[in-house]
Design a protein around this ligand. Structure first.
Ligand SMILES: [Ca+2]
Length: 264
């Protein structure tokens, strides 16, 4: 069941040399008012109240004791989680929930930060837990065209790769069974190399096989297949290969570029 709500927050001038303001949620309105997000509602001295915007509470079946106990009380509590934006307005609504476990802001953990600064495209795809319980991350090659830095084949960075990490093994979250775990290159997070912009991937629910959708440069789109029994270490070829075509390292590049261009 989904319940539409509106979130009200207040900004209070902070008596602190470190920060100017304190922000906190103060109320959740039933329904979503026809008011623009971040409309100022009231001002009282150093205290300003804003309508932060709409949100949706999702109620679901669960065995979590805290959640069940909260819903069973005469006045169930709601938790609002705000997330910093590093811009104006300085927060966005991350979620509104009746589940105290979901609202635990200490549950966030940044496992890896990957620099991707040379181009705005090829950010890659999603995160998925595999049937073996490890978290896979498909990372784009860093962007531009034809992978100018050869990141897909460079085992000293995490661009153009499929990564595999163990969220329960901090730090560095490396599963001992990763194909390159241990001293020296390739980097230990790497499960497979040679990807361009692997924007989606999925594990077959019946077999555990892995399918990766990798966007091609001009002439071939790729669907990469990895059987469930793989020990990792695959090289899917980019930028040496675009699908079954040899690509960047041959003079045929001119012909490849002459093919009809497509977005991607
Ligand atoms: Ca290594």
């Amino acid at each position: 069941m989904r319940i539409p709500v509106g979130v009200v927050v207040e900004r209070v001038k902070a008596d602190s040399p470190w920060i100017d303001y304190l922000w906190r949620p103060t109320g959740v309105l039933p329904g979503q008012p026809d008011t623009a997000p971040w409309t100022k509602l009231a001002q009282d001295g150093d205290r300003t109240t804003f309508y932060a915007g709409p949100a949706t509470i999702e109620l679901y079946r669960t065995e979590t004791t805290n959640y069940r106990d909260n819903l069973a009380t005469a006045a169930p509590s709601l938790w609002v989680v705000l997330y910093p934006t590093n811009a104006e307005p300085p927060y966005e609504i991350y979620l509104v929930t009746a589940d105290p476990n979901v609202a635990d802001s200490n549950s966030e953990a940044i496992l890896k930060t990957i620099s991707h600064q040379n181009a705005p495209n090829h950010n890659g795809g999603q995160l998925q837990f595999s049937p073996d319980g490890f978290l896979y991350a498909a990372i784009g090659d860093g962007g531009s065209g034809f992978d100018p830095f050869n990141n897909g084949q460079d085992t000293g960075n995490l661009l153009g790769k499929m990564l595999r990490v163990d969220v329960n093994n901090p730090p560095d979250y490396i599963p001992a069974s990763n194909p390159f775990a241990g001293a020296g290159l390739p980097l230990d997070e790497i499960w497979a190399i040679g990807l361009r912009n692997p924007w989606r991937f999925s594990f077959d629910r019946a077999t555990g096989d892995l399918y990766i959708a990798d966007v091609g440069e001009h002439s071939r789109e790729e669907i990469d297949y990895q059987p469930a029994g793989s020990f990792g270490g695959e090289n899917y070829g980019w930028r040496c290969m675009e699908g079954t075509n040899e690509c960047i390292l041959r003079p045929a590049l001119v012909q490849v570029e002459a093919l009809p261009a497509r977005a991607g």
